[in-house]
Design a protein around this ligand. Structure first.
Ligand SMILES: Nc1ncnc2c1ncn2[C@@H]1O[C@H](COP(=O)(O)OP(=O)(O)OP(=O)(O)O)[C@@H](O)[C@H]1O
Length: 400
């Protein structure tokens, strides 16, 4: 059997054009190290972060040409964020994007007499103490990322299942209204039933309760929604779903720092937020924006997870650092938030996600599951630590 070589792969990839149809992805320097193991080929293509979604066909094309090479058994290609793109050097979240949000312009409506708004953080939001919780639900955790495609949904679902495996009662709310993925990731079809009044019963699989816009509307419908509609849909999914008794509700946030995130952060009593990032610089800049947003609305950041941190060769189990692993850990140290763990890039995670049997349930004894369970343990420790804080600081909230 002749082994496939890197040169063969690169030769083929020279036939794939760059993002704007100019040049080819190899000569443009967009292809990472190519790694071949057991006749499967792994590499990443660097693209500008904001174009990740739009450029998925480029990724698919590269995967296809490589799979067509005789002798190649499989290929796995990931898009990663542009390392050179330092042009967006203003990581500070601009508040200007908010006017479509009802309530923003009336900061003073809530507490009469609270006149000198302290300029600094000036939360236009109720404090955590003033937000109504969801009966029966212990802690609500948002899983967020600054940009799409970093594996936020995959991380949310495996984190939720790992929390469950660690002995907690868990629900998951898919707040990614524009691209709901929980129905697929958890292999759930059909529509939730209405029970009494306006309440609907969440769907369930693998022992966790699930609610997603994907159960209620077609994706094309969701795409045209505007800010206020998103807001009410989200609140409905939170409050008009019979979640029952849960220790934790994991919320898979939409990527970015727009309306939906603000709504959640402002109106939901979040115990905290987990930020998912890949190791690349630009992904980290975006992660920083997410972080700034949660801080602004006074939601504790429970920590950062580095996803697609390194490759694990499926045959040997060897580890390869081809993505500049460790960036998120350094970033976490730099800004002083906990680092929750490194999840490798493996074909197993991808395949099990695609088939609706996430790795934590389909391979409960695997090393990867151990990684997720350890992340889950750290997340839960952080929740406990912050809830302790909240309990202590709550009596200090004084309105003059
Ligand atoms: N650790 C991993 N190893 C291998 N594949 C992964 C890993 N994490 C995510 N993926 C794959 O990367 C792709 C993007 O993941 P996912 O949909 O979870 O990202 P996302 O950030 O939620 O994206 P979007 O914002 O576009 O919804 C999926 O095909 C998923 O299977």
């Amino acid at each position: 059997m002749t082994d496939v070589t890197k040169e063969q792969v690169l030769d083929k990839l020279r036939g794939v054009r760059g993002p704007d149809m100019d040049g080819n992805i190899v000569d443009m320097g967009l292809v990472s190290d190519v790694f071949i193991s057991d006749s499967k080929v792994y590499f990443s293509i660097t693209v500008p972060a904001e174009r990740a979604r739009e450029l998925d066909p480029l990724r698919a094309a590269a995967e296809r040409v490589v799979k067509d090479i005789p002798g190649v058994k499989g290929a796995m290609v990931a898009l990663t964020a542009d390392k050179k793109g330092t042009s967006s050097s203003a990581p500070v979240q601009r508040p200007a994007a908010a006017p479509s949000q009802p309530g923003h312009s009336h900061a003073g409506h809530s507490h009469a007499g609270h006149s000198h708004a302290t300029a600094a953080a000036a939360p236009r939001t109720p404090t955590a103490a003033a937000k109504a919780g969801i009966p029966g639900v212990g802690a609500i955790i948002a899983v967020a990322s600054g940009k799409g495609g970093v594996g936020k949904s995959t991380t949310s679902v495996n984190l939720a299942l790992a929390l469950k495996a660690n002995g907690l009662r868990v629900g998951i709310l898919d707040a990614d209204i524009y691209g709901p993925s929980m129905p697929r990731l958890l292999k759930i079809a059909g529509r939730p039933q209405q029970i009494e009044g306006r309440m609907i019963r969440p769907m369930e699989n693998y022992g966790i309760k699930v609610m997603s816009m994907g159960f209620l509307v077609d994706e094309e419908v969701a795409m045209i929604w505007r800010g206020p509609m998103i807001q009410s849909a989200l609140l409905q999914m939170l409050r008009e779903v019979a979640w029952g008794d849960l220790d934790v509700l994991v919320v898979d946030m939409p990527p970015g720092t727009g309306d939906a995130q603000l709504t959640m952060a402002q109106q939901v009593p979040l115990a905290g937020a987990v930020i998912v990032s890949t190791p690349q610089d630009l992904a980290l800049i975006d992660a920083r924006k997410g972080l700034a947003m949660f801080r602004k609305v006074e939601v504790p950041v429970l920590g950062i997870i580095e996803n697609m941190s390194y490759f694990i060769a499926p045959d040997t189990g060897n580890r390869y650092d081809i993505f500049g692993h460790g960036g998120a850990r350094k970033e976490a140290e730099r800004i002083g938030v906990p680092f929750l763990g490194e999840v490798p890039l493996t074909i197993g995670i991808r395949e099990t996600s695609d088939s609706g049997t996430p790795v934590v349930v389909s391979e409960p004894d695997s090393e990867i599951t151990r990684v997720y369970r350890e992340v889950a343990r750290k997340v839960w420790d952080q929740v406990a630590a912050h809830q302790g804080d909240k309990a202590r600081t709550m009596p200090n909230i004084v309105f003059e």
